[in-house]
Design a protein around this ligand. Structure first.
Ligand code: ATP
Ligand code: MG
Length: 194
């Protein structure tokens, strides 16, 4: 974990932070530039400890969830259905940062909403392309003996060619940990099974 998750005094020492590009239950996501490699177009997922201990995460102790997410990103980095992982950082107040390639696209939810508004339905070929993209990512997760646990249209992004990338590994769990989590609620309301 040490090499993929490093302490940093202030994230701005290393990154120039840009506008917010997303928000979720565990924090928010901003556009960023690495001062040591300005060629990369990055997204920094900011995990704010002040939001922990609420809602779905209330049973998870300490920073286990953030550390697990960093480790999951490192494991899946390089797979074409996930943005590349460039490192995890934490500040003295324990705000954690996950540095990923920025996906130039919209969430599947946003794409669905736009299409509904304009009456622009997906063709069967487009639906096939999206489903294959989602399945390839989930297959990679299962190949690592892990379970996604939070698949939703907000956690999948698509670009203009409907290339799919999974952007949220916050609840990814190793299969051998599942037994202790059988009684834990997670996921996104509306997407969880009854
Ligand atoms: N690599 C990325 N490139 C571009 N946008 C991103 C990226 N990662 C995340 N986002 C945007 O930020 C939003 C929130 O990210 P994410 O789902 O990881 O946060 P979260 O706090 O874990 O959300 P949740 O409420 O599902 O737990 C996404 O829905 C997406 O719009
Ligand atoms: Mg999410």
């Amino acid at each position: 974990m040490s090499s993929i998750l490093q302490p940093i005094n202030n994230i701005s020492d290393r990154f120039e932070l840009g506008e917010q590009i997303g928000e979720g239950s565990t924090g928010y996501v901003v556009r960023a530039q690495d001062k040591e490699n300005r060629d990369l177009d990055l997204a920094l997922k900011v995990l704010d400890p002040r939001r922990w201990g609420n809602g779905f995460n209330r049973d998870i102790k300490d920073f286990e969830l953030a550390h697990r997410e960093v480790e999951s990103w490192a494991s899946l980095s390089g797979h074409r259905r996930f943005p590349r992982f460039h490192g995890g950082y934490y500040e003295p107040d324990l705000t954690h940062y996950i540095c990923l390639d920025r996906i130039d696209g919209v969430t599947l939810r946003q794409d669905l909403d736009q299409r509904l508004q304009h009456g622009n339905k997906y063709s069967p070929e487009e639906i096939r392309c999206i489903l294959i993209g989602i399945s390839e990512g989930i297959h990679a997760v299962h190949h690592l003996n892990r379970v996604h646990r939070d698949l939703s249209s907000n956690n999948v992004m698509v670009d203009g060619d409907l290339n799919v990338k999974h952007v949220d590994l916050g609840f990814l769990t190793a299969e051998n940990m599942l037994r202790s989590l059988f009684s834990t609620t997670c996921g996104t309301l509306g997407y969880t099974s009854p």
